[in-house]
Design a protein. Structure first.
Lengths: 106, 266
C-alpha cells in the first residue's frame, strides 16, 4: 500500500484513538489522589511514539514488559496489570513447591 | 472464504456461535484445553473436561458441519499446584489416542513462576514421550516477553522437540521474531482489547511474511469474537492482499501445521 492508501484507510481510526488517549491523560490528571506504576509505564511508553525510530508498536510493548529473566518465586496472582511492577516478583520463598530443572540436550 | 479456526474455546461459546462460524466459512475448529475462569478442585474436574472436549464438543460442532479437534493439558493458570498438575498429567495419556486429539496444549506460562516452569517441563516431557504436537500459550501483557523467552529456552534445550511441530501462540510485535527465528510456528490471537487487533496482525504479516504464521480468535468466556479470523481476512482484502495470500494464512497454514498430527483431516 502507498502512504496515501494507508492514510485513507486508517487515519480517522488513528485520530479517534489519539483523541481518546489524550482524554484518558486529562482524566487521570484531573482526578484526585496519586497515580501508580501503570501510569508511569504509560508515560514511558508514550515517549516511544515520537521520533523517526522504526517499529514503534514493539517499542511500546517493550516499555510495558517485565525486563527480568529469572522465573518468579511463585505466582502471587493469576491476572496481569498491563505494566511491569518490580515488587510483584519479590514473593516469599517459603511457598515454593518445586524448582524447575531446565532440560539440557538429550 | 473457507477458513480454519485453530484456537477457540467452544465449551464457553453458544451454539449460535457455531452457526455463525459455519456461515462465515469455517471448516474446522480446534480447541486447546484451558482455564475455566476458576480453579478446579481436583483432577476429576479435568477428567470430565477432557471427556467434554473429546466426546461432547465434536457432536455440537458436527450439527453445523464443522469438524472439531482438541488439545489436552493442564493450563498454566492452574499449574502453581504441582501435585494437582502431576495428577492431571497422569490422566492425559489414555486420551491421546482419541480421534480428535491433536496434541498437548495449551501449555506454557502465566506469571512465569518456578512451579509453572516445572509443570511446563513435565508437559514437554509428555509430548516428547508420546510424539505429540505442542501448542503453547504465552503470558499476558507485561509478562509475555519474559515468558516467551523462558518457554523458548525450555523447548530449545530439549533436542527431542522438533521446532516445526511447535506453535507458540499469542505472539505480538515484541515476540514474533524470536519465535520464528527458532523455526517454530507463531499464532496471532485477534482480541478486541489485548493481544493483536486485525490491523496489527496484518502489519506483522507484512513485516515478517506469511510462512509459519496463523491467526485465531481464541474466543472464550471473556471479551472475544468468534468471527475474528474472517473479519481479519476482510481487512486483508481491504488492504489489497490477494485472495491466495489470505487463503494461505487462514486455511493452508493451519492445515499444514495441524496435519502433522496425523489426525487432522478436512
Amino acid at each position: 500500500m502507498t502512504k496515501q492508501q494507508v492514510l485513507d484507510l486508517y487515519f480517522l481510526d488513528a485520530r479517534h484513538k489519539l483523541v481518546e488517549l489524550a482524554a484518558f491523560l486529562d482524566r487521570v490528571e484531573r482526578a484526585d489522589g496519586k497515580d501508580d506504576f501503570r501510569f508511569k509505564a504509560f508515560r514511558a511508553a508514550l515517549a516511544k511514539l515520537n521520533g523517526k525510530k522504526k517499529y514503534k508498536a514493539k517499542g511500546v510493548l517493550l516499555a510495558f514488559s517485565d525486563p527480568t529473566t529469572d522465573p518468579t518465586l511463585n505466582a502471587a496472582a493469576k491476572g496481569a496489570t498491563g505494566a511491569y511492577q518490580p515488587q510483584i516478583s519479590q514473593i516469599r520463598a517459603d511457598k515454593i513447591q518445586a524448582k524447575p530443572t531446565l532440560r539440557k540436550s538429550a | 472464504m473457507k477458513y480454519i479456526e485453530p484456537h477457540a474455546h467452544m465449551v464457553s461459546r453458544t451454539t449460535d456461535d457455531y452457526e455463525r462460524m459455519a456461515l462465515a466459512g469455517c471448516e474446522a475448529v480446534c480447541e486447546p484445553a484451558f482455564w475455566a475462569g476458576f480453579d478446579r478442585s481436583s483432577a476429576d474436574g479435568f477428567h470430565d473436561y477432557f471427556c467434554h472436549l473429546t466426546e461432547h464438543e465434536p457432536k455440537r460442532a458436527a450439527k453445523f458441519g464443522l469438524k472439531h479437534f482438541c488439545w489436552l493439558c493442564i493450563n498454566s493458570k492452574e499449574a502453581e499446584d504441582v501435585k494437582l498438575a502431576e495428577e492431571v498429567i497422569a490422566l492425559i495419556p489414555k486420551f491421546l489416542n482419541r480421534p480428535n486429539v491433536l496434541g498437548i496444549g495449551e501449555i506454557g506460562l502465566n506469571k512465569n513462576s518456578r512451579n509453572e516452569l516445572r509443570v511446563l517441563e513435565m508437559q514437554v516431557e509428555l509430548a516428547a514421550k508420546h510424539d505429540q504436537l505442542i501448542l503453547v500459550h504465552t503470558p499476558h501483557l507485561e509478562d509475555k516477553l519474559k515468558g516467551t523467552r523462558l518457554i523458548l529456552d525450555v523447548l530449545k534445550n530439549d533436542k527431542r522437540i522438533k521446532p516445526e511441530r511447535v506453535i507458540i501462540d499469542h505472539v505480538e510485535e515484541h515476540t514474533v521474531e524470536m519465535v520464528l527465528d527458532c523455526g517454530m510456528w507463531a499464532g496471532m490471537t485477534l482480541y478486541p482489547e489485548t493481544k493483536c487487533t486485525p490491523a496489527r496482525a496484518i502489519d506483522i504479516l507484512e513485516i515478517f511474511g506469511n510462512e509459519r504464521l496463523w491467526m485465531n480468535s481464541a474466543c472464550d468466556w471473556g471479551v472475544s469474537d468468534p468471527l475474528a479470523v474472517p473479519k481479519t481476512a476482510l481487512e486483508m482484502k481491504k488492504r489489497g492482499h490477494l485472495g491466495s495470500a489470505i487463503e494461505k494464512v487462514i486455511y493452508a497454514n493451519p492445515k499444514s501445521f495441524l496435519r502433522q498430527s496425523g489426525k487432522f483431516k478436512i
